[in-house]
Design a protein around this ligand. Structure first.
Ligand code: 6R9
Length: 645
């Protein structure tokens, strides 16, 4: 058991929430959600006040999730317009390019003008309320402007991470029938060019729904512009008015779709709506980071992930915060980059992913110590369980023992933070997600759904709704219900395993379904498998996760080739290239293990439990293999493991 770090006296004084305050507010949020959320919703400006707070059920008979349903508001007006009287000249966005010599600072006043211009540009291209627009952008201020411009005119955005391949992009455009794509000529990451427009061109050969492509000039590389479809933003921008009234949106009108991997099939379009999501993002940003006006806040996530939505753009801007956007990567030009940015912009709050920390930790402390970091007062972690070793390094080396770490557990589906220690309220335990956020009611159940009490391990579920919960899977409401509410009827199942200790603190132990977490990115094993079997030489594939020092989990692929194929280094290289092409570099298999056969039950089900053990190198106790159709398959895999690569 590692050390416990109590709340410092300094933090006890400056925290928005004390230990006693947390207990009282949490109790009220659960006992009387209507009163609690009526009060919290006041942090937003409503165009039409709501009368009804919560109308939710996780049960099949009356299933539905609605919050603040008769209220109306606009997200971009809440993130920008309402700050203008007092903060017009304050900095909303600080941008740092991949190239350390590039910086931009954008005030709330400028952001207002730019978002109005982009909203009007989208209207000029035919965008209408309720349309879906796909955003495929680098981490530049125009990405945030594009998101806010969509919300201003009631368009639903779907952001696709710039690291996804044209194939993956096309699938996501088709699924939600986008009519417009917003992109840039290219992005830069670690000194390398990411050919975004080129990828869009390849994707759009399969996307008849797309009528226009709005292109932001960023890198200045040569790109093809297709007549009547592609338009430069800097051209349209000159032709449209610089004011655009925000659309009045119902609280339950869709805000955005974000595709994420599940345990089966193709990625799901997770749908979030307007009022509940923004209350949830703003409230959690306020309490978790204890954000005080004037502070500089930096969340190092890409807007292609949910963390970028809620904690680079919507949460901080709704609270009038100064948010840092970084285009590049932690180790370019060198391993000090994160901390150089902290010093340059005097960042007070830094929020990042364990995988980045582990990769920097490996390079030694000098890269950190040669920077000052004296501005830092709070650190955050998100995306995967943080191992105690990385936690201690983050706390002692990066934060010099001065900054609490908020280890925020949440999911694309949950909109924003579900569990975390609050900086002034909870003692820190390295690796613990600690306590539920207000309104969140976690329970642990066993495989049969029986509620487990006290200190125990179990499957993590939520027994009641919170405002930022996803509302549906785009185009497939039944899949929403089936995926999350049928494993344990009447409960939302997270897919995560979790331990509750004797103090009632929660520790996330990782996914218990067929989702793996590679460098904080969610990857469905089924997705990688279907990419592999789509290759002409592959007969069958099974993919599992295995422990990886830097990535948290790596991708281990068992591949059975067609009968006439011979295993070779060339085929292995070709398969890796193929998966990168089908999905993107984040899905690159770490190991390809050629397997003449896969362990299956007599009914034909692949026994992944055994494949996981072999991938982990833990072959001493493979458990019961008596139900296998052909037990010799396992022996063969154990023997051939050493030659996998
Ligand atoms: C926000 C985000 C969700 C999955 C989730 C869990 C893992 C995220 C975590 C964490 C332990 C944390 N996860 N934060 N595990 N501690 N602080 O990452 O969303 O991409 O949907 O991933 O990530 O397994 O179920 P998403």
């Amino acid at each position: 058991m590692s050390e416990i770090y109590p709340v410092s006296d300094d933090w006890k004084k400056k925290a928005f929430v004390t230990a006693e305050g947390y207990t009282a507010a949490y109790a009220q949020s659960v006992r009387d959600p209507d009163t609690f959320w009526r009060e919290e919703a006041k942090r937003l400006d409503w165009m039409t006040p709501f009368t009804k707070v919560k109308n939710t059920s996780f049960h099949e008979a009356d299933f539905g999730i609605k919050w603040f349903e008769d209220g109306a508001l606009n997200v971009s007006a809440n993130c920008i317009d309402r700050h203008l009287p007092e903060r017009k000249d304050d900095i909303a966005i600080i941008w740092e390019g991949d190239d350390p010599s590039q910086q931009r600072r954008i005030t709330f006043g400028e952001l207002h003008t730019e978002v109005c211009l982009m909203a009007n540009a989208l209207k000029a291209l035919g965008a209408q309320k309720g349309d879906r627009i796909t955003i495929y952008m680098p981490m530049i201020p125009e990405a945030a402007m594009a998101m806010l411009a969509c919300t201003r005119i009631g368009v639903i955005h779907s952001i696709v991470f710039g690291g996804f391949s044209p194939e993956a992009l096309a699938g996501r455009i088709q699924d939600c029938d986008s009519n417009i794509v917003i992109t840039a000529d290219a992005g830069m990451r670690g000194g390398k060019l990411v050919p975004l427009k080129h990828n869009v061109d390849a994707a759009l050969t399969h996307c008849a729904s797309v009528k226009a492509c709005l292109v932001i000039r960023h890198v200045g590389n040569d790109i093809d512009m297709q007549d009547r479809r592609d338009v430069w933003y800097h051209d349209v921008r000159k032709t449209v008015p610089c004011d655009c009234a925000p659309e009045i949106m119902g609280a339950e009108d869709p805000l955005f779709i974000l595709y994420t991997s599940g345990s089966t099939g193709k990625p799901k379009g997770v749908l979030h709506t307007t009022g509940g999501y923004l209350v949830w993002a703003a409230m959690t940003h306020h309490y978790v980071f204890n954000y005080t006006p004037g502070e500089i806040y930096w969340c190092a996530a890409d807007i292609g992930w949910v963390t970028g939505h809620s904690y680079v753009v919507y949460g901080p801007l709704a609270n009038g915060a100064t948010t840092v956007m970084f285009e590049g990567v932690p180790n370019y030009p060198d391993h000090s980059r994160f901390w150089q940015i902290v010093d340059r912009h005097q960042v007070n709050i830094f929020y990042g992913a364990p995988t980045a920390l582990r990769s920097l930790m490996r390079e030694g402390d000098d890269w950190v110590k040669k920077t000052s970091r004296s501005s830092l007062r709070l650190l955050g972690s998100v995306g995967e369980p943080i191992n105690p070793e990385a936690w201690e390094w983050y706390y002692h080396v990066v934060g010099e023992g001065r900054c609490p770490i908020v280890d925020t557990y949440w999911q694309t589906e949950t909109g924003a933070t579900m569990m975390t220690p609050l900086p002034g309220a909870h003692a820190l335990k390295p690796g613990a997600a600690s306590k539920p956020m207000f309104g969140v009611q976690p329970v642990l159940v066993d495989g049969d759904g029986t509620l487990l009490e006290g200190a125990t391990d179990g499957n993590l579920c939520m027994i009641d709704s919170w405002p930022g919960q996803m509302r549906s899977v785009w185009g497939d409401h039944d899949r929403f219900f089936q995926t999350y509410f049928t494993t344990y009827p009447g409960k939302y199942f997270t897919g995560d395993g979790c331990r509750r200790d004797a103090d009632g603190d929660y520790w996330i132990t990782g996914r218990v379904d067929d989702v793996i977490n590679v460098s904080g990115h969610r990857m469905g094993t089924a997705e990688v498998e279907s990419a592999l079997v789509a290759h002409a030489k592959v007969a069958e594939a099974a993919v599992v996760g295995f422990p990886h020092d830097i990535k948290g989990q790596g991708i281990y692929a068992y591949v059975t080739l067609n009968a006439n194929e011979v295993e070779s280094a060339d085929i292995r290289a070709d398969l890796i290239k193929w998966v990168r092409h089908e999905i993107g570099p984040i899905a690159t298999p770490d190991v390809i293990h050629f397997a003449p056969g896969l362990p299956k039950t007599r009914s034909g089900k692949i026994m992944r439990r055994i494949l996981r053990k072999i991938a982990e190198g833990d072959v001493s106790n493979l458990g019961d293999i008596s139900t296998l159709a052909d037990p010799s398959v396992v022996e063969n895999l154990v023997q051939s493991r050493s030659t996998a690569g």
